[in-house]
Design a protein around this ligand. Structure first.
Ligand code: URA
Length: 424
């Protein structure tokens, strides 16, 4: 078999056989298929698509490129959540300890951000002392501990290594936005991670990889089928990502907002989505507990503190702040009708909250604070954003990204839409 004939077959709209898929994923993992060949194949898949059989086989081949974890011997049911990526999406931070406090074990293998969407590990690394890399035996100890029960850590090098290499290529070759490639990338990692149940948060809107509800529904359906076929109880919520979640986009800024939620406050949309996902996770785990009660009585906050401490972090240490800030003010009065997630995500990224290349350092304190959200009334001169950065040269690029990101109308015709758009 050879890579060129497989690329040609997909380029010309053909179906790849099981043998072709197994061969090309394995040969890519072993360095026999070159990066440029795999990039060409990814582009052919993006343009031509894959049927369900091809997607299932591709996912199995990616899982088979590494080892699988197994948590079936834990005393508590395992359940995890995965978001397809959004702006201000800090939900994992309050959600994992909340669901652990409800009685489940939450093995969250997370990633670092690339591009305009932030990464959970980058956010948590802004907490002094916190470590993303822990051993599998330590992960098991934390998950079994009823006082902790949640771990958010980096995936080891041996978990779906084909996806790690392929995702890095897709990110720089314009081949992220493909339903077969996103579904197989996410589900190979989640199935290899060994969780018994999974709740997917499939984002749709300007700040998401997929912009229309139909595409998001198709992605969710493919992922749910892959999960169920692999014996993982899987459901998906479709959620809006036209506007950032909460009032912050950035690393330490989002940690602070998550702690507010755990303390019983925080922005209404973050609380709503955290509880909606927690209810699904608790139900998938077969538990009969109301997450709203567990959040309100402080048990979720207790688990946050032990979870952070278990990975070397100090939950009481002050969070880092950026050295420079700049305020952006409203130029007209009315009701805020639009706050574009992509514009805010790009601004936070340019301020230093994200990275342009793998391995770059992110700034813990950088990001965007939003002082008004859609539906809020604003007056001329009122602060709309505070921009935070250690590198003041970055303000110009951030302002550029925010140009046109805000809509203010005197007599708005519509109200902000629903956050949860569907369930599969
Ligand atoms: N997140 C992933 O892990 N993979 C994708 O392809 C997209 C989002």
């Amino acid at each position: 078999m050879d890579a060129v004939s497989i690329i040609r077959a997909k380029r010309d709209g053909g179906e790849l056989s099981d043998e072709q898929i197994d061969w090309v994923v394995d040969a890519f993992t072993r360095g026999i298929v070159a990066d440029e060949q795999m990039s060409a194949l990814a582009m052919a898949i993006l343009l031509r698509g894959m049927n369900r059989r091809e997607i299932a086989r591709w996912t199995a081949a990616m899982i088979g490129s590494g080892s699988r974890m197994n948590f079936t011997d834990l005393p508590r049911p395992t359940v995890d959540k995965h978001s397809t990526g959004g702006v201000g999406d800090k939900i994992t931070l309050p959600l994992a300890p909340l669901v652990a406090a409800c009685g489940a074990a939450v093995p969250q293998l997370s990633g670092r951000g690339l591009g305009h969407t932030g990464g959970t590990l980058d956010k948590l690394e802004s907490i002094p002392g916190w470590q993303a890399d822990i051993t599998v035996p330590r992960m098991r100890e934390i998950l079994a501990d009823p006082e902790i029960g949640a771990v958010i850590c980096a995936a080891g090098a041996d978990l779906a290594p084909a996806d790690k290499r392929l995702y890095a290529l897709r990110d720089v070759t314009g081949t992220v936005e493909s339903i077969p490639l996103i579904a197989s990338s996410i589900m190979s990692k989640k199935i290899a991670e060994g969780t018994a149940a999974l709740v997917l948060d499939v984002k749709v809107g300007t700040g998401a990889f997929l912009k229309t509800l139909d595409e998001a529904r198709e992605l969710a359906a493919v992922m749910v089928e892959l999960g169920r076929d692999a014996g993982v109880k899987t459901v998906a919520l479709l959620t809006a990502m036209d506007t950032p979640l909460g009032r912050t986009a950035g690393n330490a800024l989002e940690v602070a907002e998550s702690v507010e939620v755990l303390a019983g406050g925080g922005p209404a949309d973050v609380v709503e989505l955290t509880l909606a996902l927690a209810r699904e996770m608790v139900a998938q785990a077969g538990l009969h507990v109301d997450p709203a009660e567990v959040l309100a009585d402080g048990r979720a906050m207790d688990h946050w503190r032990t979870m952070i401490q278990a990975q070397g972090g100090d939950p009481d240490a002050p969070l880092p702040t950026a050295r420079h800030t700049e305020t952006v003010r409203a130029e007209s009065a009315g009701v805020l009708t639009r706050l574009d997630a992509m514009g805010v995500g790009l601004a936070a990224w340019r301020l230093g909250a994200g990275r342009a290349r793998q391995g770059e350092q992110v700034q813990a304190g950088a990001g965007v604070e939003m002082h008004a959200k859609p539906g809020d009334s604003v007056v001329i001169g009122q602060p709309l954003f505070t921009l935070h950065t250690d590198t003041p040269d970055a303000f110009a690029g951030a302002l550029d990204a925010l140009d046109g990101a805000v809509g203010i109308e005197l007599t708005p015709e519509s109200k902000p839409g629903e956050l949860v758009l569907g369930r599969i």
